[in-house]
Ligand binder design. Structure first.
Ligand code: NAD
Length: 498
């Protein structure tokens, strides 16, 4: 069986690791590989390689860094099919969906190709008499990224192209559940001309994460994952003096107003709730149907949920693959059960789905629960699976109040044809990313991505301008160059004040 190794200082290595974790094929339920789990010695080796590489890379010209990013961009495009297959095999999502995350991640590389503009400082001539002021930003040094399973290439790409283009060196600790594509990207960086040690991949579990959080030579941590771990990472890494951005979980609501085009809204809600088997941090997991929208919306949603073609991600005709593990499958099923026990109406029940020839796979079908209320467990917790709940609200104010009372604040959307309603919504919700008739409002790479409340710990959002801000620190120079009177000749007699 294949063992997935670390990538440190430009080479694949097993380092000091002896422990491994299984990498499953979620479509068959069988183990397909083992991934090494780093020990502290491996953390030290990766950070040491990155620190050594920073001596050259941190001082390299912006032109040189940009060239690497342009090459990487081309290589990511050229190898898209190959990488999509690797992702589909380990994550379970359908191949086209995997291609989508590659494209969205590549857009961050495109932003990094313009790092010369992004890093431009300001200059104030004659800010005081004879004095000019300017500012510029410098890299931090070694920075680390810790990423979740659900976007094995896109989420790391939110981090490392920006960090590296800014002159930092990077240690990536990807999810141990779908680790292979990170090694693939490491090889692409090498082919793009990135010097050894600038980008390193350290596979592992809590030992690797804690080792990075505590390491004195790691300057900053970018984390994306569940809220409890995000909170933990933020607390532990800030305690050791690091800069931290830690993005957490989500419960994303989509409000459907009575004036909305229900067919359009239902189509988009279905894709946003069940695409990637609901395992997206921007998936819609709660539809908030306002007034009379509810009775009309639920049957349309039910028909669309039942029509979804579920099967292995490698088969391009499927629309939804399995979830990541057997535990994740059972967890989704248990939330359908608890919702039912607590008074919700199960409109579509995905618990009994069987995919022919893949009986041992981690499949669970799309589920739809109506008349869910804010006190039910299925509403209060992040399910992270193909389960959409419908909550009914009397009016827009009630819908906004519901969203604002929720501890998460990642993304939200509204479906309406009324601009005034949309404006009231976008100004009133305590959520970081908002869609108006757009169900998954993931900002393009020239903007930054991040939620509010329990969906983000730390100041800066990720990628885009805030990413550049996060991976650099500023200097402000105030300079005076006094006028030198060259008409006064040097004298050989002892100088006196004249
Ligand atoms: P996770 O929190 O279990 O794991 C994320 C990372 O943390 C992994 O690399 C993992 O190895 C590490 N980790 C796990 N347990 C740890 C521990 N006890 N100590 C130290 N490190 C630990 O998340 P996941 O299950 O891989 O991903 C799904 C979660 O990520 C969901 O909650 C989802 O909403 C969230 N997510 C959020 C965003 C966002 O942008 N806000 C994006 C993607 C995913």
């Amino acid at each position: 069986m294949k063992t997935i190794q670390h990538w440190i200082d430009g080479a694949s290595t097993s380092g000091a690791s002896t422990r491994t974790a299984p990498v499953w094929d979620p479509a068959t339920g069988r183990q397909q590989a083992a991934v090494l789990l780093a020990e502290q010695a491996d953390v030290d080796a990766a950070v040491e390689a990155a620190a050594k590489a920073f001596e050259g890379w941190g001082d390299s010209s912006l032109t040189k860094r940009t060239r690497v990013m342009f090459s990487l961009r081309e290589l990511l495009a050229r190898h898209e099919d190959e990488m999509a297959r690797i992702i589909a095999a380990e994550h379970g999502k359908v191949v086209d969906d995997a291609k989508g995350e590659i494209v969205r991640g590549r857009e961050v590389v495109e932003y990094a190709c313009g790092i010369i503009s992004a890093l431009k400082g300001g200059y104030s001539d004659q800010i005081s008499t004879g004095i000019d002021t300017f500012d510029f930003r410098q890299p931090l040094g070694v920075v680390a990224g810790i990423t979740p399973f659900n976007f094995p290439i896109m989420v790391p790409l939110w981090m490392h192209p920006i960090a590296i283009a800014c002159g930092n060196t990077f240690v990536l600790k990807p999810s141990e559940r779908d680790p292979s594509v990170s090694d693939f990207v490491a090889r692409l960086y090498a082919d793009a001309g990135l010097p050894d040690g600038v980008f390193n991949v350290l596979h592992g579990d809590k030992t690797a994460v804690d080792g990075l959080l505590d390491h004195p030579d790691v300057q900053a941590i970018s984390f994306v994952g569940s809220t409890p771990i995000a909170k933990y990472v933020h607390e532990r890494a800030t305690a050791s003096g690091k800069r931290v951005q830690a993005l957490g979980g989500a419960k994303n609501h989509a409000v459907v107003m009575p004036d909305a085009d229900l067919e359009f809204a239902a189509d988009h809600l279905t894709a946003a709730a069940f695409g990637s088997a609901g395992q997206r941090c921007m998936a819609i997991s709660a539809a908030v149907a306002v007034g009379e929208a509810a009775d009309a919306l639920v049957p349309v949603l039910a028909d669309k949920a039942k029509a979804i073609k579920v099967g292995p991600g490698q088969d391009a005709t499927n629309e939804m693959g399995p979830v990541i593990t057997a535990q994740a499958r059972d967890r989704v099923a248990s939330f359908v059960g608890s919702g039912e026990e607590q008074g919700a109406v199960v409109v579509v029940d995905g618990r009994d789905l069987e995919v022919e020839g893949h009986e041992e796979g981690f499949f669970v079908g799309p589920s739809l629960l109506d008349r869910v209320t804010a006190d039910m467990d299925v509403y209060r917790q992040e399910v992270f699976g193909p389960l959409l709940v419908v909550v009914r609200a009397a009016d827009l104010d009630e819908a906004i109040a519901l969203i604002n009372a929720n501890p998460y604040g990642n993304g939200t959307a509204i479906f309406t044809g009324d601009g005034e309603v949309a404006r009231r919504f976008q100004r009133g919700v305590t959520v970081g990313m908002i869609g108006v008739n757009v169900p998954i409002p993931v900002p393009m790479s020239h903007y930054s991505f991040g939620g509010w409340k329990d969906s983000l710990f730390g100041g800066d959002h990720i990628h885009g301008p805030e990413g550049v801000h996060f991976y650099t620190r500023a200097k402000v120079v105030t300079s005076r160059w006094p006028h030198v009177d060259r008409s006064v000749a040097a004298a050989f007699d002892f100088p006196t004040h004249g």
